[in-house]
Design a protein around this ligand. Structure first.
Ligand SMILES: NC(=O)c1ccc[n+]([C@@H]2O[C@H](COP(=O)([O-])OP(=O)(O)OC[C@H]3O[C@@H](n4cnc5c(N)ncnc54)[C@H](O)[C@@H]3O)[C@@H](O)[C@H]2O)c1
Ligand SMILES: [Zn+2]
Length: 350
């Protein structure tokens, strides 16, 4: 059942290993990849008792350090404490840092690996669906600032990414659904076979993950430093970031991405870029997997304002990733305010 995908990266490139049960075989896997030596497992307080301790006991001489659980801890303060823990654990430049957890752990521990002693080797072991399909691949790491999300970071390519679907049964349903939003995004961008609600079930994760991950791999290989096509991965995200911000981050990212993709596809249809029935197909798929398809009753102008002030805008313009059809994304920067407001109005729950 094991399956490997190689990612070409600017320096060396790395493998993504898909293997149910891989965690139990970690020492052999690290040996096979010539990654023995002293390892420190960086995880969080939730994943530590679930998988972290067992993993540490398999590796001779491994230490384990845990950060607090939650996006609110993806900070410079957490990073400072983590550096101190790594020193205490005796990690030196020849050592290996293993990020075991969801995207918050992957980003924070990954950034520590990029910067601690000017960089140590990193293995990513994502344990949420979102981190398997999205954040563990592509080398972006970093933390948030009070001024905004992910404002400090570095590109840090891992030596290896290990995807073990046997950790998924403990994942809360809401986290599973949020990950599915990014899987569906990858389907819309490049692989229509992913747009099947029968496939997107937890027991089929080992079946669909290699396809879902390979969409991101192909995009980041073309654009490792996010200069052009990597922006396609932001499908639905201009709307999603606005909704997250206006809701005071009470909306989860994946749920906001679901509604945001509906808006982006509706906008594409309104601009006659794609077939008029694509928005309906997407809404029905999202509803079947339990994701939202409507904005809560915020004034559309507030969402528009939030988009216009998003700190991640390029050259002062609001960018939308739109679709000419499934597998045909394009970027537009000069979408009329009226067109956006009209889509938001149509999609707002009253
Ligand atoms: N670097 C990138 O390219 C990139 C891309 C997308 C998102 N991100 C970042 O990823 C983060 C979101 O990641 P996420 O959605 O994985 O959230 P998360 O890391 O907060 O994990 C969600 C929750 O699931 C728990 N958890 C993790 N694995 C579990 C398991 N197997 N069983 C039970 N519980 C488990 C976590 O402790 C947490 O409570 C954000 O900070 C975002 O900015 C980064
Ligand atoms: Zn996202």
């Amino acid at each position: 059942m094991a399956h490997t995908l190689h990612v070409k990266a600017p320096d060396a490139g790395y493998d993504i290993l898909f293997e149910p049960g891989a965690l139990r075989r970690l020492p052999a896997i690290l040996n096979a990849y010539s990654l023995p030596g002293r390892a420190v497992i960086g995880t969080n307080t939730t994943v530590l008792p679930l998988y972290g301790r067992a993993l540490a006991s398999l590796l001779s001489d491994a230490a384990v350090v845990a950060i607090q659980d939650g996006e609110q801890y993806k900070t410079l303060d957490t990073l400072a404490a983590l550096y101190a823990d790594l020193t205490r654990a005796g990690l030196d430049r020849s050592g290996l840092l293993i990020a075991l957890g969801g995207g918050v752990v992957g980003d924070t521990v990954g950034f520590a690996a990029a910067t601690y002693m000017r960089g140590v080797r990193l293995v990513q072991i994502p344990t949420t669906l979102l981190s398997m399909v999205d954040s563990s691949v592509g080398g972006k790491t970093g933390v948030d600032l009070p001024q905004g999300k992910n404002l400090v970071g570095a590109f840090k390519q891992p030596e290896l990414v290990i995807i073990d679907t046997e950790v998924l049964p403990t994942l809360p349903d809401i986290e599973w659904r949020c990950g599915l939003a990014e899987v569906i995004k990858h389907g819309l961008l490049a692989d229509p076979t992913l747009l099947d609600p029968e496939l997107l079930r937890r027991e089929k994760a080992a079946e669909f993950l290699p396809r879902a991950v390979s969409v991101k791999v192909r995009i980041v290989e073309q654009d490792p430093f996010e200069k052009d096509v990597r922006a396609h991965l932001n499908l639905g995200h201009t709307f999603a970031h606005a909704l997250e911000q206006v809701s005071g981050y009470s909306w989860k990212h994946g749920e906001a991405v679901a509604v945001g993709m509906v808006a982006a596809v509706r906008l594409s249809a309104a601009l006659a870029l794609c077939e008029p029935d694509l928005p309906g197909q997407l809404e029905s798929l999202l509803a079947k997997v339990g994701l939202p398809v409507r904005f809560p009753p915020y004034p559309p102008e507030r969402l528009w304002e939030a988009m216009a002030t998003d700190k991640k805008r390029q050259r002062g313009k609001t960018r939308f990733v739109l679709l000419k059809g499934i597998g045909k994304p394009l970027i537009m920067e000069d979408v009329a305010r009226e067109a956006v407001l009209s889509v938001l109005t149509e999609l707002t729950d009253r």
